[in-house]
Design a protein around this ligand. Structure first.
Ligand code: AGP
Length: 614
């Protein structure tokens, strides 16, 4: 959730830390703060509420001096978005400085204990117990690394922490416990970096080490030493990562969301590249981590995820059934991990997570592994935790997604799930040569079809102009379009703050129909597939109650303009791949509505791109 950046080296730390934070702001934007130490141990702290720009404009031209610094963008969990609650936090004497991503679950009892011992708390955060705990350990003669280790052993919950101390001005200590989000160490020439995500390192280094759960690191300008929280010393060799696409801008677009919607044909093409071969038909998934025997032994698939990734998982379930011939189900990762799922070595759990850092999904993966299931991540982020927990990974290759509302990774995840279903289907003898060839030929047309769907932008804007003042929306779909209806509603909620619900259209008459009146626009995904006639029934039922229908229709449909007030056309596509086409105008609809309502599209209120707390 929160973004973390640290620097130690020969250059001024503040501009480097602030620049790194600007690339992580999508993780949280309730407040931001930095702390900088100079060689003589003078500490300067600067924090501000709201977006990072508030802090940067305040510091402009007067950066705090010093070559060691840490910074944080916050997504509030404990305590409101105030300056006092913004990170970094310090101990009573102002010697130990901490930034933190995660939740300290036992913070109340620790706070009581520390206050009793004389600690002065200045914020309402759970985080503030950490500098006080470290300070207490320092009083018995430990150094910063040792004191941090001792302090973190008292903490229950999730924590990625970055710490510095006035008396050790050339040292940073970082640690990661219990799936608190990533910590990556970047190696420069005579300088070192710490960050929660790779984008913060772009332009500085490609040589990195990712901390595992329970790892600690002591970083100076010349290198890093690694250990476990238990004290065991570790050897970690830096690996080289591809950061080429990481330093990204909005280009000609006003918002990242618009840019990322427009990038979708390319995102899907890149996901296919190297994985799908059309003649002769074949799928290559070298990172899958399942051999032929494991694939043959599978009895079922469970596809899990959260938010948009869960909606993609719902489409994936259909692929597993229809292309791989495997019984399949979906679940919210947050529910799956606690419902004592009945799975074993013949179960394949697919964890969909664009970031690869969503804590609910990571914990569900661990739970699946504990129960002996095969676990594969469907992920957009190389090096992320999800890619390291499972047996293997199928990557979507969408490039970094910056807008908090996911768009291109929804399509990328669905594409990756389709490839995987074809792969499993072929290996299991379910998808024979001719059917595999057809399935892949269908896929080959996809980037072009998505490009066609993008041409509905003007029509979508016109619809948005008619409806942007509505306060409620209903989205209906059947079969593969049901998850798209869910995703359309999710996108609208997220960026425009309009109340929206997605339903399986068959469900409409079992309750939601009571909501329909002249003030309730209903988006009906009524493309020409096996469910078309049933969708027409739904539309008639909405019209009979004076509801306003916005139909998503197949190009050339002449019936729907007679039934619906608004029609947005998409190109005809193979039924199983149609969700990747119909999702596009719904994303654009949400975008235009939000823009017309003056919303903060790329950083909607209360949300964060990567949710690393439960
Ligand atoms: C989607 O627009 C949201 N940002 C959110 O629902 C997101 O899909 C969810 O948090 C899951 O993220 P993940 O794919 O990184 O696991």
């Amino acid at each position: 959730m929160c973004g973390i950046v640290g620097y130690v080296g020969g250059r001024e730390a503040a501009p480097i830390v602030l620049e790194g934070l600007s690339r992580l702001e999508y993780r949280g934007y309730d407040s931001a703060g930095i702390a900088v130490l100079d060689a003589s141990g003078i500490l300067t702290l600067a924090r501000d509420v709201g977006k990072l720009s508030n802090l940067t404009s305040r510091l402009e031209g007067a950066y705090p001096p010093g070559c060691t610094g840490i910074g944080h963008t916050r997504w509030a969990t404990h305590g409101g978005a105030t300056e006092l609650n913004a990170h970094p936090h310090v101990d009573t004497a102002g010697d130990v400085v901490v930034i933190h991503n995660g939740i300290v679950e036992n913070h109340r009892e620790l706070r009581d204990e520390l206050v009793f011992a004389g600690a002065v708390f200045r914020s309402e955060t759970d985080t503030e117990v950490i500098p006080h705990l470290i300070a207490r350990e320092l009083t018995i003669g430990l150094n910063l690394e040792e004191a941090t280790r001792a302090a973190l052993q008292r903490i229950q919950g999730a924590a990625a922490v970055l710490v510095m101390r006035r008396q050790e001005p050339d040292v940073l200590v970082a640690a990661r416990i219990a799936n608190a989000g990533g910590v990556v160490i970047g190696y420069g020439e005579g300088e070192m970096f710490v960050a929660s995500d790779l984008p913060a390192l772009a332009g500085h280094t490609r040589s990195v080490v990712f901390l595992d759960d329970g790892d600690m690191v002591r970083v100076t300008a010349t290198g890093a030493t690694y250990s476990r929280l238990s004290g065991e010393v570790l050897t970690r060799e830096p690996q080289t990562v591809d950061l080429e696409n990481t330093a990204i801008g909005k280009g000609v677009y006003e918002h990242y969301m618009a840019k990322e919607i427009a990038e979708q044909p390319e995102a899907v093409l890149d996901t296919l590249r190297g994985a799908a071969q059309f003649d002769p038909p074949a799928v290559f998934l070298p990172g899958l981590g399942l051999d032929d025997d494991a694939i043959a032994s599978l009895s079922r698939v469970v596809v899990i995820g959260m938010g948009t990734s869960l909606n993609a998982a719902q489409v994936g379930r259909i692929y597993m059934e229809q292309l791989a011939g495997l019984p399949a189900e979906t679940d919210n990762a947050s529910e799956f991990r606690y419902r004592r799922p009945i799975i074993d070595g013949t179960s394949l759990v697919l964890a969909v997570a664009q970031s690869g850092e969503t804590v609910d999904t990571l914990e569900a993966m661990h739970e699946a592994k504990r129960r002996g299931a095969r676990v594969v991540a469907i992920c957009n982020t190389p090096g992320s935790q999800a890619t390291r927990i499972g047996d293997g990974t199928v990557f979507l290759r969408c490039g970094p997604e910056v807008a908090v509302a996911s768009t291109k990774t929804f399509l990328g995840s669905i594409t990756a799930l389709y490839l995987l279903a074809c792969y499993l289907g072929e290996k299991r003898g379910f998808l024979t040569g001719r059917r595999l060839g057809q399935a892949l030929d269908d896929l080959a047309r996809l980037p072009q079809l998505i490009g066609e769907a993008l041409k509905s932008d003007a029509a979508t804007l016109a619809v948005a102009e008619r409806h942007y003042q509505s306060e409620h929306f209903l989205f209906l779909g059947r079969g593969p379009q049901f998850p798209v209806a869910m995703e359309g509603a999710l996108k609208l909620k997220e960026v425009s703050y309009i109340h929206a619900e997605g339903y399986a259209a068959g469900e409409m008459k079992h309750g939601p129909i009571a909501l329909i009146d002249a003030a309730m626009p209903v988006v009906a995904i009524a493309v020409k597939d096996d469910h078309y006639t049933k969708m027409l029934n739904n539309i008639d039922q909405v019209r009979a109650r004076e509801g306003k229908v916005i139909a998503i229709a197949t190009a050339g449909d002449t019936l729907l303009p007679e039934k619906a007030q608004d029609v947005i056309y998409v190109p005809e596509a193979p039924t199983l791949l149609q969700p990747l086409v119909t999702a596009v105008p719904l994303q654009m609809l949400a975008y235009h509505m939000a823009r017309l309502r003056g919303c903060d599209i790329d950083q909607p209120r209360n949300l964060a791109k990567t949710v690393t707390v439960e």
